[in-house]
Design a protein around this ligand. Sequence first.
Ligand code: NAD
Ligand code: MG
Length: 389
Amino acid sequence: MRKSVSIFGSTGSIGCSTVDLIAHNPDLFDVKVLTGGANWSLLADQALALRPKLVVLNDETHAADLTAKLSGSGIELAFGRQAICDAAKIPVDLTVAAIMGFAGLAPLLESVKVSKAVAIANKEPLVAAGDLFTQAAQAAGCQILPTDSEHNAIFQVFEPENRGAIKRLILTASGGPFRTWAKDAILKATPEQAVKHPNWSMGAKISVDSASLMNKALEVIEAHYLFDMPADKIDVLVHPQSIIHSMVEYIDGSVLAQMGAPDMRTPIAYCLSWPERMQTSGESLDVLKLSRLEFEEARHDVFPTLGWAYDALRSGAGACIALNAANEVAVAEFLNKKIDFAGIFTCVEKMLENFAGQTVQGLEDIVYLDDQVRNNAKAFLKACYGLSQ
Ligand code: NAD
Ligand code: MG
């Protein structure tokens, strides 16, 4: 029996790696849904290769282009935000959640109701609505499969039956492209410099997050929700080689780590084939070629983001929502060359100051607060940088 799979965000970095793995293993998977944001041409190519039942494009302005390219294929088409949420209501064995940002939350909440398992790469919804998501998955009996490489590593060495014997989770961080840069240079860095990640090839937003260490900040919060661990049992270590993807330390002194080449196809394959394992075409780790593995503390004086994640976890859901929403707005403006790198830090810090104390009760509150923070962040950046919007 082939496993039925839907991929949300199939045209992105994670999405393309997922499509690649599935295309190499047509006997294992039956693709039901593919969704993309704006890249209709790539989405059409993927659809023609994988023959899903349904394809959804978020950007309705390219409806005619996609329709023309897929005419006669027999593949159903739909367009827009609501259509993506509706596609998430189609029952499948596995949903791959690979949309970028908070925009992935609404379909994700639908997916957990009808999917046997959800492979979650899309970390922003977890940060902004971690309790809601994990509770919804638990209520529906949906297995969560962490796909982010660090969380996937932890998942692989996490002993649920011995959770009380876990001393701490150790998330590793590459340190990003600015690991050794002077503070002044970092604050003036350009988008081109920020997206040039030393080890991983990823989407633009997460690449900037890696440069600011916001990615690791989001991952601390992600780990808290995925593994139900308090902030003081989650540590971060910079490990520039990105070979050890994360570790779990137990009270008997054992430290279990998962290693591999820095290639997202490994954690994605783990999720696609779970609870079994599948062949990947990715580079295998040549242990003999590893001269040494280095570890160092993160530079908290230069990167305030990590500290904000711990503060946010202690402060509550409002702070996590503010941290994420402010960062999404600021990174988008930075990538559009409207603000400098320093502006990301200034904006997030200001929004945490304004909104960290807010409490939220459910989805409506979360969406409302997220929206408020975004509007406030845009107004703040407009005032600081004279942006016209
Ligand atoms: P990406 O920007 O390359 O791709 C994002 C995908 O989502 C694309 O298909 C895009 O069209 C779609 N999308 C974007 N905005 C949308 C919207 N508003 N509505 C519907 N679809 C939309 O991003 P990525 O690097 O693949 O990352 C995806 C998610 O996975 C992010 O949350 C990221 O943090 C996480 N993640 C990525 C990596 C990686 O190696 N790229 C690793 C770990 C976690
Ligand atoms: Mg990661």
